[in-house]
Design a protein around this ligand. Structure first.
Ligand SMILES: Nc1ncnc2c1ncn2[C@@H]1O[C@H](COP(=O)(O)OP(=O)(O)OP(=O)(O)O)[C@@H](O)[C@H]1O
Ligand SMILES: [Mg+2]
Length: 264
């Protein structure tokens, strides 16, 4: 399997606090990996380190064999890596079309003209319609982001990352703030969109163990800034002490999840 992402002995400190304490793992092409762990385990810090928003005190992050040191999010998206945010960061005064068009234009290095011209660009309009369609946002294209439901804001954030056409996408709690009944809908929309858009390598940070058991093939468990386990999803769910350490309790779904995972 071709290795896409390599995290090697990474330390991130806030003052004297080690948010990442010797974190190491790798993600290969075509993998769907879930990163799980209790609040404060360092999951978002890890995604920030991997996407160049934080610089490790020591250690190394490589994407397709090349160090990401010094490369910002724009450069990394050009190399094939994109992410979404735990706290959705939409531009409240832009419409869905404008938000997606900006992301597409930034990838195409054509964000020089006025926004209206970008939105009117035929190629961008076409891609915009395609991506909005993937995420069920077609009827919202002229809606201001601030007026979207929380679920649609999440979808817009994910759609923006998709419009960068990444090889690897990192999703930091895409279902947080979304009601339990809508979580599966969101995940299904997301996975179907990934398949249609040809995005085959996914890292999902997620608290919901049922979603993790259903969708991921491999689990990396974080605790106190370290990857304490890295194993196939079925093996994780049969290790009850590990599940308890990560979820804070034995989730009610654990047995069913393990059975489900073992059937895959
Ligand atoms: N800017 C910061 N300054 C100081 N400490 C921080 C900062 N950002 C995060 N931390 C601390 O680093 C630790 C890891 O935070 P992080 O956000 O990575 O956790 P997480 O695993 O994503 O948690 P959650 O599941 O709640 O999203 C936490 O103890 C957090 O309080
Ligand atoms: Mg987080």
């Amino acid at each position: 399997m071709t290795e896409l992402l390599t995290v090697k002995n990474v330390f991130i400190t806030y003052g004297s606090f080690r948010a990442l304490n010797d974190a190491s793992f790798s993600v290969g092409q075509d993998e769907f990996v879930a990163i799980v762990g209790p609040n404060g385990a360092g999951k978002t810090t890890l995604v920030n380190a991997v996407t160049g928003l934080l610089t490790p005190a020591s250690g190394e992050v490589r994407f397709r064999g090349r160090s990401i040191a010094g490369a910002g999010p724009v450069e990394l998206s050009r190399r094939g890596m994109a992410r979404t945010f735990q706290l959705v960061q939409v531009f409240p005064t832009l419409t869905v079309r404008e938000t997606l068009s900006i992301a597409i234009a930034s990838r195409r290095s054509s964000l020089s003209g006025v926004l209206r011209r970008v939105c009117a660009d035929k190629a961008i309009r076409g891609e915009c319609a395609f991506i909005a369609g993937l995420f069920g946002l077609t009827s919202r294209l002229e809606t201001h982001a601030a007026a979207l439901s929380q679920g649609d804001k999440k979808l817009l954030d994910i759609a923006s990352a998709f419009s960068l056409k990444p090889e690897l996408i990192l999703l930091d709690e895409p279902t947080s703030g979304v009601s339990t009944s809508d979580k599966h809908t969101l995940m299904n929309v997301l996975l179907e969109a990934a398949q249609t858009a040809g995005i085959r390598s996914i890292v999902l940070v997620e608290h919901d163990m049922e979603l993790v058991s259903r969708y991921s093939k491999r689990i990396i468990a974080m605790q106190e800034g370290q990857a304490i386990a890295d194993m196939p999803t079925p093996a994780f769910f049969v290790d009850s002490s590990l599940v308890t350490a990560v979820a804070g309790r034995q989730p009610v779904i654990a047995t069913g999840a393990a059975a489900h995972a073992l059937n895959h």
